[in-house]
Design a protein around this ligand. Structure first.
Ligand SMILES: Cc1cc2nc3c(=O)[nH]c(=O)nc-3n(C[C@H](O)[C@H](O)[C@H](O)COP(=O)(O)OP(=O)(O)OC[C@H]3O[C@@H](n4cnc5c(N)ncnc54)[C@H](O)[C@@H]3O)c2cc1C
Length: 358
């Protein structure tokens, strides 16, 4: 591991000054350190070599609190475990609690923070293997994944250069709920809508997000949500726990008194370089009865243009029908008020989770 400095400021302004100190931050110079569950693994594997770590543990960024407009603010330094257990998250956004609890393990969720979760890197095995080329790790070196082991990799929005997926569950929930990411640097503050926060790989696969290297995520806001009863996070993976999604679906519906859909949100995880949402697919459900036929139409639209990659036998063609069926199933579960198929909240009706935050 490359030697590095470690500083632990206790004010946001000091952290911004520390990260902004010359030499200007690049992925191989200064980095913020939060829970360390991803960054330290990457450093130990010598895949990233920051020379300065600005540890953000002492920053006052842990609050989970209501916002003036009736929404909710999630501090960047609140852990994933604290966020999933928070009564306001459970009562207003049970979908988000279910998405978080579908990820990783209790130990990791106790360390992992909300800010770090947004910036975790892909789990593409070629990215983690320094002995093989990878355009994301070393731009211009190539992408063996395209004709290799691709089951965890993208079927939507990929490029010639990269077929990596974003591995987060939390981010899929945030995308469905139209969250906003709030960031600060010495240049000022800005807000980035969640759907624009992560990038598609295009010809710059080394960039995962729109965040500049010296920008600190301070918090994430969620607008007031009408989606509480009819929401589901469905995660399909190779084993029942402690595995990244092959496909996941965050589905949220608002139904009128006759059971017709007045609003729908569908976000997919495990299929692209970012959580995948398509407003046209959601619009197909507007005003419709909540039937499998309508759900199938929306699912096919959402998966339109999907493309398989990988060598014969280890390709990911199976993910296209899997994702279509997962969307239909998630919407059916949302209508039934079943919150999730996995994690500690599996099998619980949405309403019981809203009443009994742990
Ligand atoms: C074995 C294992 C299984 C996992 N399974 C899942 C899973 O199923 N689903 C899932 O969603 N996740 C899973 N994870 C990933 C885990 O959720 C992430 O590692 C974690 O959320 C990262 O948060 P952290 O606080 O530890 O970030 P760190 O590792 O500290 O940092 C990650 C990145 O974020 C940057 N960063 C951190 N905080 C900020 C901030 N406030 N502002 C700007 N930059 C910041 C760091 O510089 C770094 O680049 C798994 C991880 C492991 C190790």
């Amino acid at each position: 591991m490359t030697p590095f400095d470690h500083v632990m400021p206790d004010a946001v302004e000091s952290a911004l000054a520390d990260i902004g100190r010359a030499p200007l931050p690049t992925p191989d110079s200064a980095r913020f350190l939060a829970g360390g569950t991803n960054l330290l693994d990457l450093m130990k594997a010598d895949l990233t070599r920051p020379t300065r770590l600005v540890d953000v543990h002492r920053l006052p960024l842990k609050a989970i609190e209501p916002t003036a407009d009736g929404g909710l603010s999630l501090g960047a330094m609140a852990t994933n475990a604290e966020t999933a257990a928070h009564p306001l998250v459970r009562s207003r956004h049970p979908l988000l609690a279910a998405a978080i609890l579908a990820g990783a393990s209790p130990q990791i969720r106790n360390m992992a923070t909300n800010g770090g979760n947004l910036l975790q890197r892909t789990r593409c095995s070629y990215f983690y293997d320094a002995k093989v080329p990878c355009n994301k790790r070393e731009p211009g070196s190539g992408c063996p994944a395209r004709n290799g082991l691709a089951k965890q990799l993208a079927i939507l929005g990929s490029s010639e250069q990269c077929i990596a997926t974003h591995p987060s569950d939390f981010c899929v929930g945030l995308a469905a709920l139209d969250a906003t990411v709030h960031v600060r640097s010495q240049r000022g503050s800005r807000r980035i809508p969640m759907l624009q926060f992560h990038r598609l790989p295009g010809d710059r696969p080394e960039l995962d997000t729109e965040l500049a290297p010296d920008e600190l995520i301070t918090h994430i806001t969620l607008p007031p949500a009408p989606f509480t009863r009819h929401t589901t996070y469905l995660k399909l993976r190779e084993r029942a726990s402690y595995a990244f999604a092959l496909v996941s679906v965050a589905a949220a519906l608002q139904l009128d008194e006759r059971g017709r859909i007045t609003e729908a949100r569908i976000a997919l995880g495990g299929v692209a370089h970012k959580p995948w949402r398509l407003p046209e697919a959601e619009a197909l459900l507007q005003g419709r009865e909540a039937t499998p036929a309508a759900f199938g139409e929306a699912a096919r639209r959402l998966l339109q243009g999907a493309q398989a990659h990988g060598a014969p036998g280890t390709d990911n063609a199976f993910k296209i029908p899997l994702a279509e069926r997962a969307v239909v199933r998630a919407l059916e579960l949302a209508v039934a008020g079943e919150l999730t198929n996995t994690g500690p909240l599996a099998g619980l009706p949405v309403d019981s989770v809203r009443r009994e935050p742990s």
